[in-house]
Design a protein around this ligand. Sequence first.
Ligand SMILES: [Zn+2]
Ligand SMILES: [Zn+2]
Length: 179
Amino acid sequence: MKIAVSSLSERPTTLQGTFAPKELELVAVRVQFRDPVQVSATVSRMQEDVLAQGKASTKAHVECSRCLEDVEVDLAGEFEALYVTATGRFAKRMGHPDFAGGDQRVNFYSELTVDLSDEIRQCILLALPIKPLCRPDCAGLCPQCGRNRNEGPCGCKEDAEDDLWAKLRAIIPPGNGKG
Ligand SMILES: [Zn+2]
Ligand SMILES: [Zn+2]
């Protein structure tokens, strides 16, 4: 999302856009981005320094962390970034001993446009769930035969693993694991 700095003023401008995931170089391991990314950003300029605040949302297809089935998730995030030039007001203040930075990310730009693509991509990637589930009570895959247990029982003995530990505990006397 490129914005011509000359088109901006101190009065905040709200911009909307829809971008293909490819345009934003939106990629992540085991995630498929097929839907466009909706962006709404409010951008204002103080001389050469540009402040952008916005929201981005899209959908992605991820793997359920238990059964590996495809799950569609809604992703939404917010971003706030400051774009400054090496000679602008902000950079000058940065060199001042009383300078206290804000919360925003600071990016240097040198062309006549600022590009919000990095911020949009980051906020979408941060919205990805760490352990996505196809449903809260997903039964997952059977560790023995690999069958998806959401589709029904597989007939494997549920307690096979517990039996093994019980046998081991019977063989190894307590306190032997301390070395
Ligand atoms: Zn699942
Ligand atoms: Zn099984």
